[in-house]
Design a protein around this ligand. Structure first.
Ligand SMILES: [Zn+2]
Ligand SMILES: [Zn+2]
Ligand SMILES: [Zn+2]
Length: 107
């Protein structure tokens, strides 16, 4: 299992951390292949964010629904990772820091 670490270039002052990293699963099993809220409405678009706590798949803030953020607000699950192809980064909504895989890109 790959651990996440706070990204050095996350735009935060030195020492800014994330208290939620011990809860993070680097690769939870996605509950769905796309944003279910959007699929139910026949919509979609934008990037996908995977909740590291439960595997919920939601669309990013660049999509009209922003369901990943809505999922955080509804559940308090703080960590999501990008589910877009070729992207390996995560975000903590609570601490507002970007995370990267520790020691490389997860496969
Ligand atoms: Zn955090
Ligand atoms: Zn959505
Ligand atoms: Zn969740």
């Amino acid at each position: 299992m790959t651990d996440w670490v706070v990204r050095p270039d996350g735009g935060r002052p030195e020492g800014r951390g994330c208290a939620h990293l011990p809860q993070a699963d680097a690769a939870p099993t996605p509950l769905s292949a796309a944003c279910q809220e959007c699929a139910a409405r026949g919509g979609g678009g934008g990037g996908l964010r995977l909740c590291l706590a439960c595997g919920h798949m939601g669309c990013s803030d660049s999509a009209p629904g922003a369901h990943a953020t809505a999922h955080f607000e509804a559940t308090g699950h703080p960590l999501v990772r990008s589910a877009d192809p070729g992207e390996a980064w995560a975000w903590c909504y609570v601490d507002e820091v970007f995370l990267q895989p520790h020691g490389g890109t997860p496969t």
